[in-house]
Design a protein. Structure first.
Length: 199
C-alpha cells in the first residue's frame, strides 16, 4: 500500500498554500479564518517515535506504513481526521499559527474502544457527529462506529477492506462535496459515510 494524501488532494486549487516544519497546509479558506486551510497533511512521523508507539498500541503494518508517509491529517475543514503520533511531552505552540499537530492516536485510544479494545484501534473520525474509524488489528479491515444518542454504536455501520480502500474512497467521495477552492457544496451531514457500506 502506498497512500500519499497530497496526491489524492491535488484537485483543489493552490491558494496561499503553506509548509511548516511538521505539515503541509493546502487551499486557504479565508472565509473560515485568515489562516484556515481546507486540508492539513502532516509530514512523516519521526521513525523512533512511530516504532515505539506502534509497538505499544499493536498497530497493524498498514497503519505504520501510512504514518511513515504522512503522520495523520485534518481534511475537508476537519470533516475527516486521521490521527498521528506525538513525541513524548510534545505540546502545541499556540504562538505559532502553523505549528499544528495531528490528533494523538494514543490519546484517542486511552478510553476507546468500549467494545473489544484488544481487537480495534481507533485511528480517526468524522467531526459531524464524532463517529470513530477503527482498524482491526487482526485483518486490517476498517470499521466505522457511528454515534447514536451521545454514545458510539456497539456495531459498525460501515466497513472497508483496507486502510487504502477507506482513505482513497472517502477522499474521492468528500472531494465532490467541496468546490475546487474549498467551499462546501452540500449539507454537513453528507460528510458522513452512508450507513450500510459492506460490513
Amino acid at each position: 500500500m502506498m497512500v500519499e494524501l497530497l496526491s489524492l488532494l491535488s484537485k483543489f486549487r493552490v491558494l496561499n498554500d503553506r509548509e511548516s516544519e511538521d505539515a503541509y497546509f493546502r487551499t486557504n479558506i479565508p472565509w473560515v479564518g485568515p489562516q484556515a486551510y481546507l486540508n492539513i497533511v502532516f509530514k512523516p512521523a519521526p521513525p523512533e517515535v512511530l516504532v515505539d508507539t506502534a509497538r505499544r498500541l499493536g498497530m497493524p503494518g498498514s497503519l505504520v506504513e501510512f504514518l511513515q508517509i504522512q503522520n495523520g491529517a485534518i481534511l475537508f475543514s476537519g470533516a475527516l481526521s486521521v490521527c498521528g503520533v506525538h513525541r513524548p511531552g510534545q505540546l502545541l505552540n499556540r504562538e505559532q499559527p502553523f505549528s499544528q499537530l495531528p490528533f494523538n492516536i494514543e490519546d484517542e485510544n486511552d478510553d476507546w474502544p468500549p467494545n473489544d479494545p484488544e481487537r480495534f484501534l481507533s485511528l480517526g473520525g468524522y467531526s459531524f457527529d464524532g463517529s470513530e474509524v477503527c482498524i482491526d488489528r487482526g485483518d486490517s479491515r476498517i470499521y466505522l462506529f457511528q454515534r447514536d444518542e451521545e454514545a458510539l454504536a456497539s456495531s459498525p455501520s460501515a466497513s472497508w477492506r483496507s486502510l487504502e480502500e477507506w482513505i482513497t474512497s472517502e477522499i474521492s467521495r468528500l472531494s465532490f462535496l467541496f468546490s475546487h477552492d474549498g467551499h462546501r457544496l452540500a449539507a454537513e451531514s453528507q460528510t458522513l459515510p452512508v450507513r450500510g457500506l459492506p460490513c
